[in-house]
Design a binder for this molecule. Structure first.
Ligand SMILES: Nc1ncnc2c1ncn2[C@@H]1O[C@H](COP(=O)(O)OP(=O)(O)OP(=O)(O)O)[C@@H](O)[C@H]1O
Ligand SMILES: O=C(O)C1=C[C@@H](O)[C@@H](O)[C@H](O)C1
Ligand SMILES: [Mg+2]
Length: 178
């Protein structure tokens, strides 16, 4: 059953799901989860190692199973997903059935700035690439993934999306709860 107290953030890598998610959960006094962290805990390995040792197909199945598990409880939470999570195994349909999805649509030039300013080695999809390769990869990824992200219930575009803005779109959904 759709529960508006299960807030699921989706968007490109570097769009701020983890950062905004934590701040939002704090404000609402909900639990915060990061899907990548839950996967690492379950598997006992970091994401880069899972990709290297078992491949992306294995990772995507695991990701879907951990997402399903998280969505199935009754607890109120904010969940930051991995950038690719909405695009595999009908995950977006599942998210929309159980909770409220929010797309953080951050312009790519800002995402690029953020990604190149952080440790790329922990992001297997971009490791070993130079800036021009990252730009190309980001553009292709955005085009491919947008149809999935666009399925989100709430879509927010901008380079600095605040928890307060998100809450202003989310509140009416909470009030309409039967
Ligand atoms: N509103 C913001 N303005 C500027 N920088 C930000 C903002 N939000 C996040 N960042 C920075 O951008 C980087 C990526 O943010 P974050 O890790 O929250 O994104 P993410 O969507 O969780 O990425 P991933 O999909 O890789 O987990 C971090 O270094 C973070 O400090
Ligand atoms: O965008 C992606 O496909 C990914 C993003 C990360 O959060 C991790 O979930 C993983 O590295 C894959
Ligand atoms: Mg994150």
């Amino acid at each position: 059953m759709m529960d508006p107290r299960k807030i699921v953030l989706v968007g490109m890598p570097g769009s701020g799901k983890s950062t905004l998610g934590r701040a939002l959960a704090d404000k609402l006094r909900f639990s915060f989860y990061d899907l990548d962290d839950l996967i690492e805990e379950k598997e006992g390995k970091n994401i880069a190692r899972i990709f290297a040792e078992k491949g992306e197909g294995y990772f995507r199945k695991l990701e879907s199973a951990v997402l399903e598990e998280r969505l199935s409880g009754t607890e109120a939470f904010v969940l930051a997903t991995g950038g690719g999570a909405p695009c595999y195994h009908e995950n977006m349909q599942r998210i929309n059935r159980e909770g409220v999805s929010v797309f953080l649509d951050v312009p790519l030039n800002h995402i690029l700035e953020r990604l190149t300013g952080t440790q790329l080695a922990i992001r297997p999809l971009f490791s070993g690439m130079d800036t021009s390769e990252i730009i190309l990869k980001l553009k292709n990824m955005y085009v491919e993934r947008c149809p999935f992200y666009e399925m989100a219930k709430i879509k927010l575009r901008g380079e600095d999306i605040s928890p307060e803005l998100l809450i202003s779109y989310w509140m009416p959904l909470l009030k309409s709860k039967p």
